[in-house]
Design a protein around this ligand. Sequence first.
Ligand code: PMP
Length: 974
Amino acid sequence: MSDAALFDRTQLPRPNVSIEDAENILRDDYGLTGTISELGSQQDRNFRIDSDSGRYVLKICRIEYAAIELQAQNSAMKLLGANHDGPRVPLPVAALDGEEILSLTLTDGICQVRLLTFLDGETLTRIKHLAEPVVAALGTLCATLARDLQNFDHAGLERDLQWDLRRAGPVALHLLTTVTDQDLKDRVAKTMVAAIRRIRPLAEDLRVQAIHQDVTDDNVVSRPDIHGRWIPDGVIDFGDLLKGWLVADLAVTCASLLHHGNGDPFVILPAVRAYHTIMPLNESELKALWPLIVARAGVLVASSAQQGAIDPDNQYVADNAAHERKIFDVATSVPLALMELAILDSVGLAPEQPLQQLGRLLPDIAPDSIRLADLGVLNPNFGHDNWSDPDIDWKLLARAAGATKTASTRYGEYRLSYTKLHAAVAPATFALHVDVCLPAGTAAVAPFDGMLRRDGQHLVLIGDTISLHVDGLDCPLLDGAALEAGESLGQVGGSASTVGGLRLRLCRDSDLVPPLFVPPAQAAVWSVLCPSPSALLGIDVDATAPATTDLLQKRQNHFAHSQKHYYAAPPQIERGWQQHLFDITGRSYLDMVNNVTMVGHGHPRISAAVADQWSMLNTNSRFHYAAVADFSERLAALSPDGLDTVFLVNSGSEANDLALRLAWAATGAKTMLCLLEAYHGWTVASDAISTSIADNPNALETRPDWVRPVAAPNTYRGPFRGEDTTDDYVATVTAALDRIDREGEKLAGFICESVYGNAGGISLPDGYLQKIYQLVRARGGVCIADEVQVGYGRLGHHFWGFEQQGVVPDIVTIAKGMGNGHPLGAVITSRSIADALEQQGYFFSSSGGSPVSCVVGMEVLDIVRDEELQENARVVGDHLKARLEALKPNFPIVGALHGMGLYLGLEFVRDHQTLEPAREETAAICDRLLQLGVIMQPTGDHLNVLKIKPPLCLTLESADFFADMLTKVLAEGW
Ligand code: PMP
């Protein structure tokens, strides 16, 4: 077909067919009746019919599409449908007269009509975030189809179609003639020219075969996997089937991904990798892929602009226009050269690119006089947020210059100063350049032969294989000057005896002005394109690359495996500040999980207090020093009347272990009541009363006989549900007590968290503890409140969790937040219970209550008071709770919201009736939140509750960021 005929086809609007027409055809020609609805299409008419004999799609197209082309599509579907291991595809259904393609005269004249089986499942178009496995599945689908069509041939494959990327250039330029937006027109035209220029020399090596050419987010059908991710496993719409470039098929698929990646063009890479595993592409095909994606984006934008003009009522076209614009914007947001490298790199075929010989730029500067400034995350000179000073890097560079007056920043360093808080996308922290601080007037010479290009003060020396970008030189040369290596480029700007600055970047692509910083995910590829300028300075200025994966391996090798880490691929967290954590690449995360770090990370008052006390004294509590007396007095003062005696230990486990020993000593009995789904610690005794199967899958079968777990009073999913269930839960305790009586055992006591933290911050039903404490005490037992997680002001409305239940325990255990991460725990009880232990010998903990620990403990209490952190937990917690509450009506996965203050639990379920826990979904949601810059983890026996327990210094802004990111995940997918 000539270009003219092809262009005529691009002008075709959809044929005029009403629902009634479709109804008539289905009844008269196929003997089908049912519910009919119209589906979208750019140039055809598609109707779905739900009939008694099944679901079908009626497809009606103009006569301009030759019957032979439709026959080819039908044959391809039948071929693919016969392969039961391949993707699901629709199949043609014969009309009553036995024909699979009918020619019928409709309003607009003769049209061609087909009926196909309908494929169940969701398309991916409206799922904004496609997780890596989904993207990979799309690549696999595209490759499988191409593989199965490899030997398919049919006369109807030789088609002239505007979507054939072999003709993308003329097609786009033709389509643009009707576009009125001049700006867009220019952009598309320029983009097409650049893309086609890159494709042309590769064209010879691009294999041609039958391709579907439309395996897009819109044309695949998917079903949810166990994580609730929509995995595509079926393909519809064979309307663009033709013989074309194999790699163009993948380009179409990849282009459709570009509006799903939050603007990140690298979103396509898992699809490319997956495709290449099944259908290995040759080097030219891999190199042509990105320009083809760009060309496809250009054709899409031009086509929807044109189609909108000729068929203004086509809602399908209008809806797609925004997506297509986004695809185009992302496709044109990165240099072609970068994506070529990224694609080659993703399949392990990035070429080795040795750097040409470079001379020194500054011959008068002795390389060993150049000091290097450390601007990375680990630099100990960073602290207390000084990295957010906009001049900090210059100050540290100037400081490094010190004696020699010459210093350089490091190439390939992830700079902490470029971090961003509350960032959904990892910021550009990786330095592709170096800044050199050196005496003004220092001479600079061309390090290689080249031609000078000037853009104001910005100089680019363009060599054969490399370009040097320099800022900061006084250069007398004119634009276009040719230089030989060693010839003068100019001198460092600034007046005599002052300090000047040079900014240097190398780039292999002379058309590119590379960015100064790039995001961590793009660092590896950019650094191939923009290699290190070390040779220019004569010293190694490269920062050491983070060894995150090696470190994880080292951890695997030497750290006991039962000590798990968060996340399958954890970020390397090396710094904290307030409610934020920073990984080694300078990416920040909002820490919504760290209840241990109660007053926030890196608190200057704590580090100062610890440093002072360490340099003064640290010893054990058998010595007499002020801190242990002062701290014990303060803890007693914070406790209810009667609880006036304190033991200091190092952890929650120790505190609970000791609490059990106190109960045993005070009562002379052993049997303990505890709750199911609880965690109290790892020591032998505290582990014995820990029944959480999330922490220990064998917990329920392996408790010793002195441990009597009772039903967790979980009013959401426990055996009794709703507010008025206190008596039902109390009855379970009475039954347990009766059994203990019957067995002739004596009760030592009862232990539980005052708010059920381990189950997800669930409040106990009203009056529960009052009744239980009464029953326990009536049998001579003591009542222990484990306040390790929920006490100390975290609940906002109460300092102690037990206040919420209106009870006073006999023994209180605390740890975690009381030391803000320093090993510190305490048991607070009455003098008489404490004395009972003394009958059994002395109690001593070598570092429990050490001067340093006591000082930390007091400093934490002072900070909680001075920064009004309990009040903050109330205000910010109430705000956050209201925001999370608002998710319930919008997202069916949200089952319940538990807790108060800054101890909240958001519980996810698959079904509101059965309360089937959405365990895998919760894990996937946490993984997605990490990508968006939020640390969050699941809790509860079913691991389906988000445990929301951030440092108490959480701000309203941070709470909103968390709520926004969570809303985004629930709305866009995970
Ligand atoms: N009690 C509760 C309620 C806890 O959550 C924990 C720790 N998760 C502990 C006790 C044990 O504390 P530690 O890890 O400090 O030993």
